[in-house]
Ligand binder design. Structure first.
Ligand code: AR6
Ligand code: MG
Length: 325
């Protein structure tokens, strides 16, 4: 552990918030429409959305509890909730149920006909888990699953969050070109070594062939010149975790700087704030806070839980990490 690592901790959280804020004005737009708004030049926006608000809740809870506490994390999601940040319908309903008294273990299982959500809402907020559990893949998966479960009980939503968290951990340790092969190794063993975890925290499904297929495609696409249109068709830019987490991973590996990675991801269109946030988190963990353009940082909203606070959360996670390892 060293000071470079601290900049990677703060870089992951700030990078996530910046990708979210830059993607927010064009959320749901097609690639062509994003181009019409942002052109080829600079991107400028600073108000973050649900992605960052929930990431803040994850970080606050890990810090306060020196690890995972489901009831506490759910409470922090509820206390931080600001409807103007544009939450996904599933997450909104689940948080409403918990607020009304349902258990955090049960509420997420009630939506989408009892299937639970496979949206990317668990992956978009996972950066604190990726950095805090960066040196233990099994524990990282366990905490990714448990923290996802508060709103996303579908195994594909959880595995997407675990994959995103592990990508952040790999980036933190300097892995880029070999990231796809390492990720394939990670998803390979999921079905399911930890049966107790699977039983308690998964509503349906025990396989993750979807992610295996997407990671194979990702490798193929990285190995050749790939047009954005083909990438969008093959990996996706939607709100499902499996249609967006691999796209963020691709954006990070394909680009050679924090800035290029985030701009590439957002220019694809679709769920731009979340794919921007996930790309920003991986890229921030790899390049560190200093690689984030100053103008983007300056633009990121300030205030009670703005950029200074987010940076402090990263620094605090780092402090606890070095104390406990
Ligand atoms: N069956 C069918 N559709 C589903 C299912 C399912 N089991 N699970 C998810 N979907 P949600 P999020 C679809 O609502 O993941 C915000 O803007 C369904 O269309 O749980 O918290 C964030 O910033 C559902 O509405 O939200 C993200 O960009 C959608 O996936 C985005 O929304 C998202 O799942 C997702 O946030
Ligand atoms: Mg959002």
């Amino acid at each position: 552990m060293n000071t470079d690592l601290k900049a990677k901790f703060t870089g992951a959280l700030l990078g996530s918030a910046i990708g979210d804020a830059l993607g927010a004005p064009v959320e749901g737009y097609s690639m062509e429409k994003v181009k019409a708004v942002y052109g080829e030049g600079e991107m400028k926006a600073g108000r973050y959305t649900d992605d960052t608000e929930m990431m803040i809740g994850v970080a606050e809870s890990l810090i306060a509890n020196r690890g995972f506490n489901g009831a506490d994390m759910a409470l922090r999601f509820i206390l931080n909730y600001d409807a103007t940040r544009r939450y996904g319908p599933g997450s909104k309903e689940v948080l409403g149920r918990i607020h009304a008294g349902e258990s955090w273990r049960e509420a997420s299982k009630q939506i989408f006909g009892g299937e639970g959500s496979y949206g990317n809402g668990a992956a978009m907020r996972i950066a604190p888990v990726g950095i805090f559990y960066c040196d233990n893949a099994e524990l990282l998966r366990e905490i990714a699953y448990k923290s996802s479960h508060i709103t996303h009980s579908h195994v594909l939503g959880k595995e997407g969050a675990a994959l995103q968290a592990y990508s952040i951990a790999l980036a933190l340790h300097g892995h880029k070109a070999d990231m796809p092969s390492r990720l394939k190794g990670f998803v390979k063993d999921v079905s399911f070594k930890n049966i107790a975890l699977a039983k308690e925290y998964c509503t349906i499904g025990t396989t993750n062939d979807v992610y295996k297929e997407k990671l194979s495609k990702l490798e193929q696409l990285l190995g050749k010149q790939t047009a954005k249109a083909e990438l969008i068709t093959e990996l996706g830019t939607g709100e499902a975790a499996f249609d967006s987490v691999p796209t963020a991973i691709y954006s990070f590996i394909h680009a050679n700087s924090f800035k290029d990675a985030v701009m590439y991801a957002i220019r694809l269109g679709g769920d731009t704030d979340t794919i921007g946030a996930m790309t920003g988190a991986i890229s921030g963990a790899y390049y560190g806070e200093a690689a984030i353009p100053g103008a983007w940082l300056d633009n990121l909203e300030e205030g009670a839980k703005g950029r200074s606070y987010i940076k402090r959360l990263g620094a605090e996670l780092y402090r606890i990490k070095i104390q406990t390892s």
